[in-house]
Design a protein around this ligand. Structure first.
Ligand code: CP3
Length: 335
């Protein structure tokens, strides 16, 4: 039997939805929204109220994990996240399972409520940032262009940096396991800044930490699918598919879908990779881009998604159209 290709969108709850902007205004701040289970559940469910999506991702943020490690975090309006920078020579944050469990309890409560509220057949996803991406925010103190602080640390003191990464591995694995304990069906690990790593460093700082986290998650939940989203690495995502032990690799829009079908789909499920700008443009641009991806990847194990998160300027009507395009595509895989 042929089944329709499933789809969900990274950042499917967000500022492109007027009801999200209203909820966000009601919550006061982004972090208040993340830590209030009732509001976080509402945000998680908003996109499902509008669109026939196959996945619901918990509304939260990757930076709650550094925050649970004791790193100060705040959001400046229009500027994104800010953190109290952790630099070489500073005392490293320490992972304490119990403290993290207490601090992130509202997140797990929100997960439990999302799981009981979603319609049958909808996959509930938990997530976390990968150690490298979290470390870039922690060491740079926020978003970065050049990554000079974090790369400086790696160059001068790789052993010390490896201790920070090790702490993050433990914290991230515990966070993912707790979301699965709360009822999540699958989890995604976001390595959004993997593309900043030079060729020889991807294995040590991106792939190996993800592999250890996947192993930790599988030890507690052997059946739970783990998706690795590794952005900006081009065809190096082949090594991720080969070595990270994830069930699926999520690829950005620079990866040619036909290449991904040949080189990745033979090893694991592929997720991706519509350019979020095509979703802003809509019309023929959206139809062509989506069908190209479906033709290349839709015949094998595949989850339709974007190459990165939904842009705030996206017209919601284009998301509805994308759902029709993907679910109406006639060639879904034999299952
Ligand atoms: O719908 C979903 O995908 C679930 C929720 C989610 C958010 N952030 C909500 C959010 C997820 C999965 C994330 C992941 C995340 N957060 C990543 C990895 C994915 C990626 O986009 O690369 C990163 C790097 C972060 C850190 C972060 N959080 C940044 C850089 C920002 C600012 C971005 C912006 O658009 O201003 C955030 C804030 C954030 N996280 C928002 C949302 C909806 C916007 C907050 C708001 O203004 O309401």
């Amino acid at each position: 039997m042929r089944r329709p290709v499933p789809l969900w969108l990274m950042r499917q709850a967000g500022r492109y939805l007027p009801e999200y902007r209203a909820l966000r205004a009601r919550a006061g701040s982004f972090l208040d929204l993340c830590y209030d289970p009732a509001l976080a559940v509402e945000a998680s469910l908003q996109p499902l109220g509008r669109f026939p999506l196959d996945g619901a991702i918990l509304f939260s943020d990757i930076l709650v994990v550094p925050q649970a490690l004791g790193v100060k975090l705040w959001f400046e309006e229009g500027e994104g996240p800010r953190l109290e920078a952790v630099r070489k020579g500073d005392a490293l944050p320490v992972f304490d399972d119990k403290r993290q469990g207490r601090q992130l309890a509202p997140v797990y409560e929100a997960m439990e409520r999302v799981v009981s509220a979603v319609p049958a057949g909808v996959t509930v996803l938990g997530f976390a940032g990968a150690p490298w991406t979290l470390a870039t925010y922690m060491v740079e103190g926020g978003r970065s262009r050049a990554f000079s602080e974090v790369k400086g640390w790696v160059g001068r003191d790789p052993e010390g940096f490896a201790r920070l990464i090790g702490t993050l591995e433990n914290a991230v694995a515990a966070h993912l396991v707790a979301q699965l304990d709360a009822g999540a069906d699958a989890v995604q690990i976001f390595d959004s800044w993997a593309g900043a790593l030079p060729a020889g460093a991807l294995g040590r700082w991106c792939i190996a930490p993800i592999r250890r986290i996947v192993a930790g998650v599988k030890a507690a939940h052997p059946q739970a699918p783990v998706i690795a989203y590794v952005r900006g690495v081009g065809q190096r995502c082949e090594s991720v598919a080969e070595e990270a032990g994830a069930d699926a690799v999520s690829v950005d829009s620079t990866v040619p879908p036909t290449w991904a079908a040949e080189q990745l789909q033979t090893r694991c499920t592929v997720q991706g990779n519509l350019d979020p700008a095509a979703l802003v443009t809509g019309g023929e641009v959206l139809r062509q881009a989506a069908s190209g991806i479906l033709e290349a990847l839709g015949h094998g194990p595949f989850v339709f998604n974007l190459g990165e998160g939904v842009l705030p300027r996206t017209p919601p009507a284009h998301v509805a159209e994308l759902c029709d395009l993907v679910h109406g595509w006639p060639g879904g895989a034999e299952r």
